[in-house]
Design a protein around this ligand. Structure first.
Ligand code: AMP
Length: 430
């Protein structure tokens, strides 16, 4: 069978690499892909943008693609699954209505409140209803969020009331376009962040291996928020008791709530959680897709056939299937372009990829492209350029293997954190 992966980042490289391992799969297309997917056996890039739904649909019909898996949120929120389903083409991901869980924070907060799922207290505003006095009455820090998709930049944690009012005014004034015409002002939560990712079909769920990512750019979880600077799996903070609690208090009521509201969920569902000191799993956000960079270490550990899992979900037999996992830990370190997450450099030649390919572990490409007169030079083409993933019997061993890969690779002004996994490693040493 032929598979299409929609997207072109590290998550999509990992999805394509994993699908290509399936003995049932003849070829995996990636639209648009990157230099990493261009070089993998059985994988071919297709020059179609991830949000060009018409062209993607036409391509799957022409090539006889049996299954499409959508990586990024944009096409999901825009309704790619509804379009494919109407044309009788299998597409793994939530419908436009279910994807609102990521597409609108105001919708999600109201949904969580209505279904009594734990989350920070909040209030929603538009330019017409904004109330600076409400902001001044909140405890600091206070969190200001743009309602719509803002490429991970729509959340501002404000240490003063004035900066919160300024952030709110900026969003309402159009600094995020339509995504900020509605905003959410939210209580700041403390605790440890956990990513909890499942495959869902209606109320049937297959939880994937646990993981944790690092959102801040600098060591010690300092500096600006990013799309993610590294991740590892499993996350030892998710004990069996916490796992059960997250399923019971977050995942199950979310899926049954969506179904009761007439929007049954199919696809990867990612809950970003803040685990409070008393163990309460507060929902920070939902993503309607697999996480990046969590996908890379999680799929390094998946021993089952990913195509089988997606097809089981689509076919309604998810409840009868189990996922097998490599018991080892996997840890991914993101190598980012100089300047990221602000304006960053592009087009820097990357060296050392051949040497890294001879080491244990795996380097997934994110923002890369093939360049040069003979098409052999790989250059940077995005903020998060590579994700180097190591495996090991402990998180510390996986970390050592990942950093061996990182040290083999270089480009001008490359930046990466040196402490990915430090919390889990501290736990291992206790
Ligand atoms: P979100 O896109 O809503 O997950 O926000 C991005 C990041 O901002 C999260 O991963 C958290 O690190 C942080 N964040 C968001 N909301 C809160 C909150 N209410 N309290 C503390 N940190 C938050």
């Amino acid at each position: 069978m032929k598979i299409l992966i929609v997207g072109g980042g590290g998550r999509e490289h990992a999805l394509a690499w994993k699908c290509a391992q399936s003995p049932r799969v003849q070829e995996v297309f990636v639209a648009p892909g990157n230099a990493g997917t261009a070089l993998e056996p059985k994988i071919r890039n297709v020059d179609i943008a991830a949000d060009d739904i018409d062209a993607l649909l036409e391509f799957t019909a022409r090539e006889g693609v049996a299954l499409t898996i959508v990586g990024p949120e944009g096409p999901l929120v825009a309704g790619i699954v509804d379009r494919f389903t109407a044309a009788a083409r299998a597409c793994f991901g939530p419908s436009r209505a279910a994807a609102r869980l990521e597409g609108s924070k105001a919708f999600t907060k109201d949904f969580l409140e209505r279904h009594r799922i734990p989350t920070a207290s909040y209030k929603t505003f538009t330019a017409a209803t904004f109330d600076a006095a409400y902001v001044r009455a909140q405890r600091l820090p206070v969190v200001v969020k743009a309602d719509g998709l803002a490429a991970g930049k729509g959340v501002v944690i404000c240490e003063t009331h004035e900066s919160a009012i300024e952030a709110a005014a900026g969003m309402l004034g159009g600094s995020f376009g339509d995504a900020g015409r509605t905003i959410v002002i939210e209580e700041f939560l403390r605790g440890e962040e956990v990513s909890f990712i499942v495959i869902a079909n209606g109320e049937t769920v297959l939880p994937l291996a646990t993981s944790q990512d690092h959102k801040r750019r600098d060591d010690g979880d300092q500096g600006p928020n990013t799309g993610g600077m590294g991740a590892y799996s499993p996350a030892p903070v998710v004990t069996p008791a916490l796992h059960a609690r997250i399923m019971r208090e977050v995942i199950e009521p979310t899926l049954s709530g969506l179904r009761a509201d007439g929007n049954p969920y199919l696809g990867f569902l990612y809950a970003g959680l803040m685990i409070a000191a008393d163990g309460t799993p507060n929902v920070l956000e939902f993503n309607c897709r697999f996480g990046d960079p969590e996908t890379q270490p999680i799929l390094m550990r998946l021993q089952s056939d990913l195509v089988d899992l997606c097809e089981a979900a689509l076919g309604g037999s998810l409840g009868r299937i189990e996922a097998r996992w490599d018991p080892r830990a996997a840890l991914g370190v993101v190598m980012a372009a100089g300047g990221y997450p602000d304006g960053y450099r592009k087009g820097d030649p990357i060296s050392g990829l051949d040497a890294a390919a001879r080491l244990p572990g795996k380097v997934f490409h994110g923002g890369t492209r093939v360049d040069g007169p003979d098409g052999t030079q790989i250059v940077t083409a995005g903020g998060r350029v590579l994700c180097a993933v190591g495996l090991g019997d402990t998180v510390a061993a996986a970390q050592a293997q990942a950093y061996d890969l990182v040290r083999a690779i270089h480009w001008n002004l490359v930046q990466y954190r040196r402490d990915i996994g430090y919390r889990a490693i501290a736990r291992e040493r206790r």
